[in-house]
Design a binder for this molecule. Structure first.
Ligand SMILES: Cc1cc2nc3c(=O)[nH]c(=O)nc-3n(C[C@H](O)[C@H](O)[C@H](O)COP(=O)(O)O)c2cc1C
Length: 147
């Protein structure tokens, strides 16, 4: 499920947005400490109590991310579970995410997401203005984000 294109997009994306559901309302929040390991998306639960609570009610989640400069990314739907440091299956997750946080953001749990289906996210300008070069797109995005 995690194709090379999706993995490359994860590397290019600074943030992901995790959507969960509490049975009444959807909830979405950003997460910066995220990546993948084998066929799983992994996210450090640093300060996400609502997401953690919601997945106990419903493990169905959606995670999306884009490269803000190319304005392309992915939306992945799947199931989530929380792993803690005593979970031997999750040792690799903590090793990878510890390396990302460098100890600056303590966390004790990881959201492990098993993607089931994915769809590419692509800015409408690619459809409306296909003639724009990637170089110009990057310039426009940098201006938009005042970079
Ligand atoms: C730029 C940014 C990056 C963040 N990265 C993370 C993260 O990697 N992990 C995390 O648990 N919270 C992260 N947060 C904090 C959560 O998004 C925030 O605490 C949110 O309110 C959690 O909502 P929830 O409890 O509904 O998941 C980040 C917030 C921002 C603004």
């Amino acid at each position: 499920m995690l194709t090379e294109a999706i993995k490359a997009s994860i590397h290019e994306s600074v943030l992901c947005w995790l959507a969960t559901y509490d049975g009444d309302f959807p909830s979405v929040s950003p997460k910066e400490i995220f990546t993948y390991f084998n066929d799983k998306i992994i996210i450090a639960n640093i300060a996400s109590p609502q997401s953690a609570k919601n997945i106990q009610k419903s493990n169905a989640v959606c995670v999306s991310f884009i490269n803000v400069l190319t304005q392309k990314g992915w939306k992945l739907k799947g199931t989530a579970r929380l792993c803690d440091r005593s979970d031997t299956q999750a040792e690799a997750y903590f090793a990878i995410l510890d390396n990302m946080t460098k100890g600056l953001y303590p966390y004790q749990k990881v959201f492990e997401i098993t993607p089931i289906k994915g769809a590419e996210i692509i800015a409408p300008s690619y459809h409306y203005y296909p003639q724009i070069s990637m170089e110009d797109r990057l310039e426009q995005a940098k201006k938009l984000y005042r970079l």
